[in-house]
Design a protein. Sequence first.
Lengths: 168, 471
Amino acid sequence: VSVAEPNGLSVAGVRLRDDRSRGLVVILIELLNELDRTAHVHATPSIARFDAEARHLYVELSDENLHFGQSANMTTHPKFKAVDPRSRSTMHARLPRHLHELVAGADPRVPDIARLHIHEAEHVEVALAWSDTPYYPDPRAHSSAPLKPMSSWQKGTIRGRGRRVERA
Amino acid sequence: MTLFIRNDTAGAGTGMVYPNQAEADLFIISNSDSALGETAASSPGLIEVTYPKKTKTGFCPERLSELVNTKFTKVPADPIDIIILAVDQSFKLNNGSFITRYQGLTVKPFGKDLEGVELNPTASVLLIYNKDTGGNCQFGLLSKKYDLPLPTPALLFHELSHALRDAKEEELSNYSPDDCTSSEEEEAAEKDENELRKQINVPLRDPTNTCGHPCTPSNGCCIVASIATGSESEELNALRQLRERFLRRSEVGFDFFEYLHYDYYAFSPQVCGEMATDATLTGNVATYYVRPLKSCLQLAAAHLIDGEPSEQVGQRLIEEVPDDLAGLSAAEILSAVGVLRAEDRLPSRWREQLPVTPTLASESEFVRWALIEPIAIYLSALVEHSEGAGPEELGTSFTDQLAQWGGELPITELWSTFSDYELRRELGFLGECLLRAPTARRRFAERLMGELGAHERLGGLLLEAGYPLGD
């Protein structure tokens, strides 16, 4: 199942594959560019959520919902994938088979770490930021309205859903 | 003792946390001080850092000693004040975001993100950092490029700077006007990070820039040039510098680049596709397009921005002809100019060896002005040189053409949205670089008057900014 955006860029299909030998979960995202120009897609997984009970994995390839205001070392720019005009292209998003996150421990002063077995996902949903121009940072020293370069680059978000497949 | 390392309770090598990495990084921060030690903590899952009597001097050992030996009573979990977690790319925060997008993060006790999601479920200050920072670069203080690898001790020391202020409740402002400008809090941490960089003798980070970038060679510049001359070539770096230092600094320059960008990427990926399978074509694009563009824009910058006189420009033009263009005849160069301008009158072997300027390119006034005309101006100057023109004659002719070219800068709709203040500012900026010659300013003023004829005060503003009107 995919959510299409007629006459633009859309996700034509999504599949999830458990690549045990390389310790990875690979999400294959088929993109359909119906534009007369090259489309550029955010290609770095930024956010992942896993519902173990429903075996549902959600992955966001976008900076839209990242909050860089924390005491972070640096805001790492994502990689991008270009899709030729009027063509299909498959993008591979790779994640470790297990993800880890903090949970409250028995001692409220010390965090525990939970392991998420995302390789067991049966359903996968992706959201990708895209634009019809490549991303460039904004070098202007000032701006009357402070710019968020990544968010101003993005022309929209496309979404798609799919299922787990076994390696052929 | 107040500084702790999260141990891997699931067993060493299970890939949840990496205490050995944290221990090694702290040892480097201490300047390899044997007084640094550790002991089993009273709480399971923690290793307590000890540093009773430092034997090394310097900013970083001093800071580490302060962190280990201060009782931070404002931290609710005191005496377990700060906990370090060295993690890998599989770690994500509770709001779903991967640590790889930040590399390191320090979160206050029970700290939440802007959406209210609890990032720290504990009463301690948590310091989380990625042990695998390879592939991501920071902005260099001297290089002014995203070319600085991030050593993990520098990353940890940076986060310890945040942790110290968090533990004291002395956090500085986190306001940042954009994604890359450091907030006060961030700048303080980056300055501390530089102290560690000095200690381990690696290049310093620009503390005003908080962005990182994959350490891939292409920092987003003309992709045809990248393929033709190599992604870290002198040509490409020169074009990048010109773009960022001059072309996109003003509002009209930035706006112009948006249009150029849009039009350029309508055809360039296809040209690159052809180049990928044709080495001869790639070589010709480098010779006839990329190197002349770089040379022309560099000479233009020398004359129009740095004020280099015409004769000197002519001399440089003669001395700095790229090797692969030096041996060509005037006829060959003229053929290349014809192809560039999509002139049908010049069917020649160039039509087979160079990509005929795609229709989309020649139809775009932005591509024509920014790319095609500078190349043509430069190649035409080479023809004059091959016909015997000396430095003075060549320089005068070249700079006259530059003035003419400058006066034809495409005028976008943005001009009609400017206030008087903004008009003064933009005209002033252009007058100091692109439109230094009176002929260029006169031509541009005529065109601007034609475009914004209804603007009552424009004539006065132009005169005030030194743009002559009429004859």
